[in-house]
Design a protein around this ligand. Structure first.
Ligand SMILES: Nc1ncnc2c1ncn2[C@@H]1O[C@H](COP(=O)(O)OP(=O)(O)O)[C@@H](O)[C@H]1O
Ligand SMILES: [Mg+2]
Length: 190
């Protein structure tokens, strides 16, 4: 049998709805997540491909998958099929989950076949390139004396791209017309 969970860990494994666990490093969060995953298989009857587990890093995902594997192997025999399917279960980073969903629904996602998730460095370089392209094709009249200073526009857009959710929220609240709004911003900065 796998190691006994503490009552606190067991309570989260047994909790039927959403649960948020806040605890320090090394306190057993990954262990309880592995057991919660196992409970969805053994108690709730889901297949490994039907349970999604999201982590921040690939390393954490690999660790979680190996703990689930170990904990299933420590139980009774007869779980060979579940163990085989576990290797393909959607346990990974949010990016890898999104990629998986896009690959499974290419038409709706409008994602080209063969696309891949960029790593952080590649993503930063890609965004910088796109930003330069976008700025170089923007009407020069928007910048300089009668518009937003070029360097300010560039920095503002860079900040926006770094936090797309807030940028989207901000742009949704722009009253009527971006030009008017930008003009007001300009008076704040100059
Ligand atoms: N209930 C438990 N009994 C014994 N050891 C445990 C228990 N829960 C976790 N551990 C062990 O403690 C260590 C840290 O647990 P882990 O789940 O990796 O913590 P966290 O994810 O919070 O950093 C691991 O070696 C794990 O196997
Ligand atoms: Mg952990």
């Amino acid at each position: 049998m796998p190691r006994a969970l503490t009552p606190e860990q067991q309570a989260v494994v047994d909790w039927p709805g959403s649960a948020a666990v806040t605890a320090g490093a090394g306190t057993g969060k990954t262990e309880l997540m592995a057991e919660r995953f196992a409970a969805h298989l053994l108690r709730d009857g889901f297949r490994p491909l039907q349970v999604v587990a999201v982590t921040f890093t690939d390393a954490a995902a690999a660790e979680l998958r190996s703990r689930i594997r170990r904990n299933l192997q420590a139980r009774a025999a007869g779980l060979e099929e579940q163990l085989a399917e576990l290797e393909a279960a959607p346990i990974g980073t949010l990016h890898s989950l999104c990629k998986r969903v896009c690959d499974e629904h290419p038409t709706h996602a409008e994602v080209a076949p063969g696309s891949r998730v960029l790593d952080e460095g590649e993503a930063a370089a890609w965004i910088a390139e796109q930003l330069d392209d976008a700025l170089s094709t923007t009407d020069a009249a928007h910048f300089g004396r009668d518009g937003v200073p070029f360097s300010l526009a560039r920095e503002a857009l860079r900040a926006f791209l770094g936090d797309p959710l807030t940028a989207d929220l901000a742009l949704r609240q722009v009253p009527d017309g971006l030009d008017e709004w930008l003009a007001r911003c300009q008076t704040l900065f100059t």
